[in-house]
Design a protein around this ligand. Structure first.
Ligand code: NDP
Length: 236
């Protein structure tokens, strides 16, 4: 049997990243996941890496390339939030979130495209958020980091689009993971009222879109922002 593609999902040990890793494993791909804890789903190569550290990313790629070969599909999923109203948000609160979500994606991207150029093919998918383009009070750092991913994907498309490399953004709305379980119940209720679908999504509903964007069926889609938000952000 032919070996599957070499796929890397950053932050693939829980939540949306875990569902994405499992979706690729089900396709028969060779899946690697990174996280700071070093956990991951059965069947995946799990590698400890901190996206805020280039050396750590470099070491992770070396390990992955030795076992699975150059990464052909990169899913930049690792992310965090640290919500504060602007008045209370320190420069450090801002920079920490940008460093993880935006610069962290840049670090993995920079390292992955080396191999993609040699392979003469590649797929990059950035996990952004509805709030990147919709905005959200208390999330100036998070929304800025997620909006930045759109510029990154579109610039990458213009830079490497002719080399059979596509770059797209998936913008989830509210998904049932630890990140949203941390919201208080009244707030969850309020959000559900604002979502046309009337509910939060399961991580699989995001994972299916990511898997499809990396498939042959999506070969001519690049620089796109695909919302998976039950209609919450319509218009961006
Ligand atoms: P979780 O908090 O459940 O998971 C976050 C993942 O990122 C974990 O695997 C975590 O692993 C990893 N991670 C965080 N910081 C770092 C770091 N510095 N280096 C390496 N890995 C790191 O989040 P979700 O599954 O909810 O979110 C996944 C992505 O989807 C994020 O980018 C998030 O912003 C985005 N998103 C989530 C939404 C939601 O409703 N849940 C909505 C829209 C977007 P570890 O802690 O072990 O390092």
């Amino acid at each position: 049997m032919a070996q599957g593609r070499s796929v890397l999902v950053t932050g693939g040990n829980r939540g949306i990243g875990l569902a994405i890793a499992q979706a690729f494993l089900a396709e028969g791909d060779q899946v690697a996941v990174t996280s700071r804890s070093g956990d991951g789903p059965e069947g995946a190569l799990t590698v400890k890496a901190d996206v805020t550290n280039m050396e750590s990313i470099d070491q992770a790629f070396e390990q992955i390339e030795q076992v699975h070969g150059p990464v052909e599909v990169l899913v930049n999923n690792a992310g965090m939030n640290n919500d504060q109203l602007l008045m209370r948000m320190s420069e450090e609160d801002f920079e920490q979130v940008l460093d993880t979500n935006l610069t962290g994606s840049f670090r993995a991207l920079k390292r992955a495209t080396r191999g993609m150029i040699r392979l003469k093919k590649g797929r990059v998918i950035f996990i952004s958020s509805v709030v990147g383009l919709y905005g959200s009070p208390g999330q100036i750092n998070y929304a800025a980091s997620k909006a930045g991913l759109v510029g990154m994907a579109r610039s990458l498309t213009r830079e490497l689009g002719s080399r059979n490399i596509t770059a797209n953004v998936v913008a989830p709305g509210y998904i049932n993971t630890e990140m949203t379980q941390a919201l208080d119940e009244d707030l969850q209720k309020q959000y559900k009222q604002a979502i046309p679908a009337g509910r939060f999504a399961d991580p699989d509903e995001v994972a299916n879109v990511v898997r499809w964007l990396a498939s042959d069926e999506a070969s001519y889609i690049s620089g796109a922002v695909i919302p998976v938000d039950g209609g919450l952000g319509m218009g961006h």
